[in-house]
Design a protein. Structure first.
Length: 307
């Protein structure tokens, strides 16, 4: 029987890249070991797909040895966290000990504009840059995957409330252009790399959506997808940051999102790449397509309207 492919963060909520990667690999007939943090309904859903589900902790060495044993190829990804660097290095150490032959690392495109002398205000970006450095120093057979920003991270998470309530996208992005990529496309790229990783070792791939435009353009995309007029309203960063904290988001996450908003405003996400199409043979999803798929998220229910 073939060695299973390890997928970390397989039950993650935002974007659900790991879950989709697991599903795609299983459809290809691959054996998949899906690592989750907790035994819950998401873990059971992965098990129902046919994955071998293991509960693990990226910071716990004993746990990671158990998770990694018997796997030669892994997809490493994790949520925004102040422990990001420690979890990356811990996973890398265990992967090297077990002789991993391919380590597919989900990073972020801003890292391509960073160096030992250039950084961003985001503590998460700093950890991601350092994590890439550590993986490169490790001698592991690494492939870095760098998306711009996930559609699901900003658009499907942070805009539905204002779209439902006032038909507005309210974000502090100014006139800056951006090229968000769908998690589904990132998952297709990762699954392709995991299927035959050896020819990709040592390479870096950049993932973007099909266009880079400002938020007024994307408001028109929302309008076409939802069948009603949606407009973009630029808002100040600080009140937006305060609102995120009031929602209960961790300070580390809020600091990262705030920095990303500033980078959007400055045009730092005005990037384009054809890597999604080159690797998968299919172009990336547009904002309009993703919003249309999730139209219910942006539409007030009939019951709410009556109230």
């Amino acid at each position: 029987m073939a060695n299973p492919i390890l997928v970390t963060d397989a039950a993650g909520r935002v974007g659900a890249v790991g879950r989709t990667v697991t599903e795609l690999l299983l459809k290809q007939g691959k054996a998949v070991r899906a690592m989750v943090r907790n035994e819950d309904e998401r873990a059971q859903a992965l098990r129902d797909m046919g994955a071998e589900v293991v509960v693990g902790n990226l910071l716990d060495l004993d746990s990671m040895h158990r998770v990694m044993a018997g796997c030669e190829t892994l997809y490493f990804s994790m949520s925004i966290s102040d422990a990001y660097l420690a979890e990356t290095v811990n996973t890398a150490a265990v992967a090297k000990h077990h002789g991993a032959k391919a380590f597919i690392n989900m990073s972020q495109m801003t890292v391509s504009q960073m160096s030992v002398t250039e950084t961003t205000p985001s503590p998460q970006h700093k950890l991601q840059w350092l994590s890439e450095q550590a993986l490169n120093w490790s001698g592991l057979p690494v492939v870095h995957v760098r998306p711009t920003v996930f559609l699901e991270g900003f658009f499907l998470t942070l805009t539905p409330d204002s779209v439902r309530q006032s038909n507005q996208i309210r974000l502090p992005f100014g006139e800056g252009k951006t090229s968000p990529v769908a998690a589904e496309d990132a998952a297709r790229v990762v699954a392709t790399l995991l299927e035959n990783p050896q020819s990709h070792i040592g390479k870096i791939y950049h993932l973007t959506g099909p266009q880079s435009e400002n938020m007024h353009f994307y408001a028109q995309e929302y309008s076409k997808a939802l069948g009603r007029t949606i407009t973009f309203q630029d808002i100040p960063v600080e009140p937006w940051r305060d609102a995120l904290l009031e929602r209960g988001l961790p300070v580390h996450v809020v600091n990262h999102l705030t920095a990303m908003a500033d980078l959007h405003r400055a045009g730092r996400f005005d990037r384009m790449s054809d890597d999604v199409r080159t690797l998968t043979g299919q172009g990336p999803l547009s904002v309009q397509e993703v919003v249309r798929k999730n139209a219910a998220t942006f539409t007030a229910s009939a019951k709410a309207k009556e109230a």
